[in-house]
Design a protein around this ligand. Structure first.
Ligand code: SF4
Length: 400
């Protein structure tokens, strides 16, 4: 059986955060119910097209999946279990936001097999949370974290952000110390990115340009300050026993996020729900992004109607067969995000050719510059290579 991962998208949030460009929005319960019914139809439709697969991880992301009522979450997991063969040791994660969980909901999560939660804290400073437009304050997060532990979850991630407007080392240290004191098994620390089309873009776009150009900024940290915040985070978390295993991800006691590691290892995955991406048999697809169209298509399929499509599935908005060159580039970009990097033998297994035959001169140059190193058949970025990972990884584009 082919091991696969499932990503399930829940595009609902209580309120849109000011920096967020994810595919999510505020919809009432009626729409949530309609969407979950459409999603369950898609799960059945997709599973019928992928026999012979066994699911090793399920990641329910969003949006704010924990905003769904427990019966809707139950319906999703039940449909997945009825439609796919699931590894009994599968990692089943749900993204949660403070203030959207109750002990009843968490008990249902446990009873249906959810075994990992990821909580979006972002900052332990209330002024920063307000600036980000989050729905919670730090006390609300603490309450949520307490509920999660009391419900018996022993595999919990907390998301934090660096590079926030006016963020200082002292403020970041408060967030890091508050979080590490709680001893979650996993911490993700991403830098704020000012995305087009968000209120933050309107507010900070000039600062973001200055930041990228290495010029003095007004409200965002300068490029140099951002680097200091990033380094401080890394050293702080490592000192507290969190091992960095990917550029922005840290785990203690080996409790890495298996689902994300699967992405970086190019394990085939099926994306279910609005806008979800899949990679299967070297074909990359993206689902449609219009929620009304998505529901209409899914309802028509469930009613047995013929839904015309220019793609191999009416749910797709795009479909691309990856060339061997695309797949090799992706193997390098994704695999080298991991601190352990990639192995020569995996490259050979996947492409039937020695990595040196494709990337030999680039690897040698990067090793000579101190950006890359090799050990026991593995190739990985050094600390300074990770610091400039965007530039280093771009070297692995073929036919530049
Ligand atoms: S909770 Fe997450 S997905 Fe929802 S608006 Fe905020 S950042 Fe975006």
């Amino acid at each position: 059986m082919t091991p696969i991962e499932l990503y399930i998208h829940i595009p609902f949030c209580v309120k849109k955060c000011l920096y967020c460009d994810f595919l999510s929005g505020v919809f009432d319960e009626k729409m949530q119910r309609r969407y979950v019914a459409a999603l369950c139809n898609e799960i059945k439709y997709v599973s019928a097209k992928h026999p012979g697969c066994i699911v090793s991880t399920i990641y329910i992301g969003g949006g704010t999946p924990s905003w769904l009522s427990e019966d809707l979450m139950d319906a999703i997991i039940t449909t997945v279990k009825q439609s796919f063969k699931i590894d009994p040791l599968a990692e089943i994660s749900v993204e949660c936001n403070p203030g959207t969980l109750s002990s009843e909901k968490l008990n249902v999560y446990r009873s249906i097999g959810i075994n990992r939660l990821s909580i979006g804290l972002q900052s332990a400073n209330d002024d920063e949370l307000k600036e980000l437009g989050r729905i919670h304050d730090y006390n609300r997060f603490l309450h949520t974290f307490d509920l999660v532990r009391k419900a018996g979850f022993d595999n919990v991630n907390v998301d934090i952000m660096t590079g926030l407007p006016h963020q200082t080392i002292e403020k970041l240290e408060k967030t890091l110390s508050s979080v590490t004191m709680l001893r979650p098994e996993h911490i993700s620390a991403y830098s704020l990115i000012i995305e087009k089309g968000t209120p933050f873009y309107d507010k900070y776009k000039f600062d973001a340009v200055k930041q990228q150009a290495g010029m003095p900024t007004e409200e965002l940290p300068t490029d140099e300050e951002s680097y200091r915040l990033y380094k401080f985070t890394m050293e702080y978390l490592e000192n507290k026993g969190y091992k960095r295993y990917e550029i922005s991800n840290y785990a203690r006691n080996g409790k890495i996020c298996r689902h994300n590691v699967g992405y970086w290892d190019r394990v085939p995955y099926l994306g279910l729900g609005l806008g979800s991406a899949s990679l299967f048999d070297n074909v990359r697809t993206d689902n449609i992004r219009d929620i009304y169209k998505y529901c209409e298509i899914s309802e028509a399929i469930a009613a047995g109607k013929n839904v015309p499509s220019e793609h191999t599935s009416p749910y797709y908005a795009s479909e691309e067969v990856l060339s061997k060159k695309d797949a090799m580039e992706e193997f390098m970009f994704l695999g080298l995000r991991k601190i352990d990097g990639i192995t020569r033998s995996d490259f050979y297994k996947m492409f039937g050719i020695d990595i040196e035959a494709i990337y030999g001169p680039i690897i040698t140059a990067l090793r000579n510059q101190g950006f890359m190193d090799a050990k026991e058949g593995r190739l990985f970025l050094t600390d300074i290579g990770i610091d400039v990972s965007n530039q280093v990884l771009s070297q692995f584009l073929l036919d530049k």
